[in-house]
Design a protein around this ligand. Sequence first.
Ligand code: NDP
Ligand code: X2W
Length: 303
Amino acid sequence: MASVFIDGEAGTTGLGIRDRLARHPRVSVRSIASEDRKNPAAKLELMREVDLVVLCLPDEASKETVRLAAELGGDAPKILDASTAHRVAPDWTYGFAELAEGQDEAIRRAKHVANPGCYATGAIALLRPLVDAGLVAPDFPLTINAVSGYSGGGKSMIEAYDSGTAPSFELYGLGLDHKHLPEVMAYARLTRRPIFVPSVGNFHQGMLVSIPLHLDELPGRPDVAALGEALATRYAQGDHVVFAEATEPRIEAESLNDTNRMELRVYGNTAHRQAVLVAKLDNLGKGASAAAVQNLELMLGLA
Ligand SMILES: NC(=O)C1=CN([C@@H]2O[C@H](COP(=O)(O)OP(=O)(O)OC[C@H]3O[C@@H](n4cnc5c(N)ncnc54)[C@H](OP(=O)(O)O)[C@@H]3O)[C@@H](O)[C@H]2O)C=CC1
Ligand SMILES: CC(=O)N[C@@H](CCC(=O)OP(=O)(O)O)C(=O)O
């Protein structure tokens, strides 16, 4: 039985991981007493005894636990960080197994893995295959639009919606400096910073990430079908990331909730030479806790 300590177990992401691991036949969760949850000495003692620690903390607290673990030298557990702190750090492995061939193997071998951001998971899954295939140039002026359920904002945003003080819908991140952009650029291999317009609505969980494209501005002026074929080919073997046909000119955000699945579609109008790429995922599932469980199974040699 492999043992795991979830630092930040009572938060939104931590609880999601704990619930999934509660029914896991080969992983046991070691918990810290609630009054000690921010006590470095207690964390250090627990980290001595476990195989892996998952960080479900604000960025600064994550960095602090990583520093603490370093005190254990060669006895330090493996670390999976769900925060934004290490996603583009050179000595960390990006925990998106479907990123490219061999990424699952890199996660298996890694001592330190950064779990991807929820919006970034959708944007990278859509863009990386098209950049690799030469259908989208790395310096293309992209716009990424997205909507998330309010659980994406953690405990404080959940409280605001539950108490009725939050708006039904809002755009945010309009300072154009969202924390997921560095990882999107790095792992989709973009050289020009996309404009990212996230939004949040009055539903608990679920997410759509959409990217509009003028086809005549792309290299080789591909048609709608060519974009779909590139994604279908790339994810043909996928269990968790799949290409799906765009059968209706609309899409809702919640049908993949509580799963580790993400669906990618290409909508378009051949006559108008326009397309919209869309990823659907659960911000708490493939966007956070379910992806974390997928990663820790790889890191613990259970998958
Ligand atoms: N919600 C989401 O959809 C996603 C979140 N993430 C990331 O996961 C991390 C956690 O986010 P989320 O679960 O939403 O946040 P929450 O606000 O829901 O939970 C954070 C938890 O961390 C605890 N905490 C804060 N500081 C410390 C510390 N020093 N030691 C131990 N525990 C601490 C908090 O406890 P207390 O309340 O008692 O202070 C709280 O329980 C963040 O980095 C976030 O960016 C990643 C992907 C998606
Ligand atoms: C609705 C909402 O506020 N969402 C969060 C992102 C949630 C998430 O995935 O953040 P990390 O993975 O980077 O921790 C935000 O935009 O900051």
